[in-house]
Design a protein around this ligand. Structure first.
Ligand SMILES: Nc1ncnc2c1ncn2[C@@H]1O[C@H](COP(=O)(O)OP(=O)(O)OP(=O)(O)O)[C@@H](O)[C@H]1O
Ligand SMILES: [Mg+2]
Length: 337
């Protein structure tokens, strides 16, 4: 899937000025990828997904799905993509079995090639195959939505918050299924507010903020970007300030020391530049006794918060991006980290 210079501005309500929901988004999602699209509420994730799925019209830009331009190959794009929209839209008067059969019919899947029971089993709804959809719980309905998107065996699956409201066990079951589909070659794009989900599942992650692409990288590189650790040391007595020798950069390179509580010294450091032994030596040199210690690594949540809390400038770049253009021919682009 590919978007180039994608813009979307919804028609404004009479009293408000129109604000773009997507601004100049360039994003490529490669075949076989398991791609996570993250961003705060209202960032533009569903707008992006709905444009891919043909549910929302773009204002401008080029969008391709499975290599086909959505403006030209409209019908073939629809056949290539399975979408789980954010809103539940299940007809309550049918059973899950009937719903999947009808949906398969709409996509022209011949009876002999339908996989209704197999799909129901995959989403953990086999025992509900004959129940009225209105009797399903919220999480079951969400899983039925995922099942609906699979009936025509699309090569591209787009999931808008597939696990919202799904309990932990079933979420893991859904993850396993998503992984399995991906391993079988299905390209998957998903949005989620569970950062752990993106971290565990996705090979690449993009973060959208105010309709602009604020970051896009492999999950691994994204996690490495900050690469900062925190070491908290609990002391056996109170301090009033950080010892001056520590405060003045005395603890290795690029290590900042703070005193969030009288007995708690907090070191933020980059393991590549400062070793934990240097920190412990500095503590010992001050004659301080360690009562306890704990460390914390940066995770996707820290990176997400850093990107989405940074002020946006005109070009949509933020603090996290400064000076980190990928150097692809000097073409400074806000999406490249
Ligand atoms: N049909 C619509 N008409 C007008 N404005 C809309 C419409 N749909 C979305 N918007 C606006 O577009 C912006 C992006 O919304 P979108 O639904 O894409 O966000 P999102 O990233 O999916 O958020 P969430 O995490 O809450 O699902 C928001 O400002 C929203 O108010
Ligand atoms: Mg949304």
């Amino acid at each position: 899937m590919e978007a180039v210079g994608l813009n979307k501005t919804y028609a404004a309500a009479s009293h408000a000025a129109p604000r773009p929901a997507l601004s100049d988004v360039d994003l490529a999602i490669h075949r076989g990828s398991l791609f996570g699209l993250l961003g705060p509420n209202g960032a533009g994730k569903s707008t992006f997904i709905n444009i891919l799925a043909g549910l929302t019209r773009k204002s401008s830009g080029l969008v391709k799905v499975w290599g086909m331009d959505i403006d030209i190959d409209h019908r073939r794009v629809r056949a290539a993509i399975g979408v789980v929209p954010q809103e539940l839209n299940i007809d309550p008067f049918f059973t899950p079995f009937e719903l999947l059969e009808i949906h398969a019919g709409l996509y022209g899947v011949p009876t002999a090639r339908r996989r209704t029971l197999e799909i129901l089993e995959a989403v953990g709804l086999l025992d509900k195959a004959e129940a009225y959809a209105r009797t399903l719980s919220g999480g079951m309905r969400r899983r039925l939505m995922v099942a609906k998107a699979l009936v025509h065996t699309p090569p591209v699956l787009v999931l808008d918050e597939p696990t919202a409201g799904v309990d932990i066990d079933l979420r893991r079951q859904l993850w396993a299924h998503v992984r399995e589909l991906n391993a079988r070659g299905v390209t998957i794009l998903l949005t989620t507010h569970y950062l752990e989900e993106a971290e565990q599942l996705c090979d690449r992650i993009a973060i959208i903020h105010h309709g602009r692409l604020a970051a896009c990288d492999t999950t691994e590189a994204m996690l490495r970007r900050i690469g900062e650790k925190e070491l908290a040391i609990l002391l056996d007595r109170d301090l009033r300030t950080v010892p001056p020798a520590m405060a003045q950069g005395g603890v290795g390179a690029a290590c900042t020391v703070s005193l969030p509580a009288p007995r708690r010294l907090l070191f933020r450091y980059r393991p590549a530049q400062t070793s934990i032994a240097e920190i412990l030596d500095a503590v010992a040199a001050e004659g301080l006794t360690i009562a306890d210690l704990s460390t914390e690594e940066t995770d996707l949540e820290d990176i997400f918060l850093q990107i989405t809390h940074a002020p946006l400038d005109e070009g949509g770049e933020n603090e996290a991006d400064k000076g980190t253009d990928a150097g692809d021919g000097g073409d400074a682009h806000p999406m490249v980290l």
